[in-house]
Design a protein around this ligand. Structure first.
Ligand SMILES: *[C@@H]1O[C@H](CO)[C@@H](O)[C@H](O)[C@H]1NC(C)=O
Ligand SMILES: *[C@@H]1O[C@H](CO)[C@@H](O)[C@H](O)[C@H]1NC(C)=O
Ligand SMILES: *[C@@H]1O[C@H](CO)[C@@H](O)[C@H](O)[C@H]1NC(C)=O
Ligand SMILES: *[C@@H]1O[C@H](CO)[C@@H](O)[C@H](O)[C@H]1NC(C)=O
Length: 264
């Protein structure tokens, strides 16, 4: 039964996407929402105004999303009308099933009972959350290990730890904040990659054991082998030349006295 409930919760979470909320009561607030999820923007305190309008779009080309006057709120006929809600009880705006083009500038206009108008701008960024990072590793020569961490999502930032400790420059290069690092030789332990962006973070761990150095041994052995072979060839040529020269001289020496004998 518990397992079934767990499954239901997960599938509900997947179908509605991630929920984020943002305090947008300050002018110039920057808020982030998960693509396909729900974003809550706290627009106002519930007191201090009589009338309120909420707009989307750049200056000069705004469209009104909703308007509220004396506890009655009206959704304007915009493409997002089926996805918006305003909670009068706490001044929170909700946008469902967000799309990339919901990103942009929003403007809140409030009028107090004596007719004074206040405006506040809000920037909304809709970004894809990071999801299920994957670790892959590969042994390099000299016993180093190249590890990559990958994920989907907008603007991911990476951080690494080994056995819970931040990696130092004696252990890796580059030190941090890239998705691929090279661990120096002989390192082992629990390697963790954390990916985060403006929406969420996710983490992946794997136990790594140090890379064998035999690939290096083979290549250096092959190197000396090659050198020995070259030396051997050179020596062979040298010996051959010496033998040739030696026998030529010997022949000359042997024939010369004969000639002298002939002259005598
Ligand atoms: C809303 O209320 C908080 C604390 O109650 C206050 O600090 C803040 O200035 C108020 N903001 C606005 C926009 O009225
Ligand atoms: C505002 O009220 C709604 C519904 O009562 C609730 O879901 C939401 O979390 C509230 N938001 C804040 C910022 O209190
Ligand atoms: C909007 O999302 C909230 C939370 O995910 C959900 O409870 C609500 O039913 C959704 N409303 C619509 C109109 O889709
Ligand atoms: C926003 O994107 C959706 C699809 O993701 C599209 O159907 C809609 O027309 C777009 N709206 C605008 C105003 O461009």
């Amino acid at each position: 039964m518990e397992a079934v409930l767990g499954l239901l919760v997960i599938s509900a979470g997947l179908s509605h996407g991630l929920e984020t909320s943002c305090d947008a009561r300050e002018d110039g607030s920057q808020c982030y929402g998960a693509l396909g999820g729900t974003v809550y923007l706290q627009l106002t305190n519930i007191t201090g105004y009589n009338e309120l309008s909420f707009y989307n779009g750049p200056t000069g080309a705004r469209t009104e999303i909703f308007k509220m006057k004396r506890d009655i709120w009206v959704i304007r006929d915009t493409p997002s009308r089926d996805r918006v809600h305003f909670f009068i009880n706490n001044g929170t705006f909700r946008l469902n099933n967000t799309r990339r083009n919901d990103s942009g500038d929003y403007l809140l206009e409030t009028f107090s009972s004596d007719g004074i108008m206040w405006t506040r701008e809000i920037q909304l960024f809709i970004e894809a959350p990071v999801s299920s990072p994957q670790l892959s590793s590969e042994c390099l020569s000299h016993g180093e290990m190249r590890v990559s961490c990958s994920s989907e999502g907008d603007g991911p930032q990476y951080s690494w730890t080994l056995d819970g400790q931040t990696l130092r420059d004696t252990e890796t290069f580059p030190v941090d904040e890239t998705n691929t690092i090279t661990l120096k030789k002989g390192l082992s332990g629990d390697l963790t990659c954390t990916i985060r962006n403006n929406i969420n973070s996710d983490t992946v761990s794997r136990r790594i054991s140090h890379c064998p150095e035999h690939s290096v041994e083979i290549s250096s052995w092959a190197g000396t082998g090659f050198n020995v072979f070259v030396y051997f060839q050179l020596a062979e040529v040298f010996i051959l030349l010496t033998v040739c020269l030696g026998s030529y001289c010997f022949y000359k020496k042997k024939t010369y006295p004969q000639e002298q004998d002939d002259v005598e």
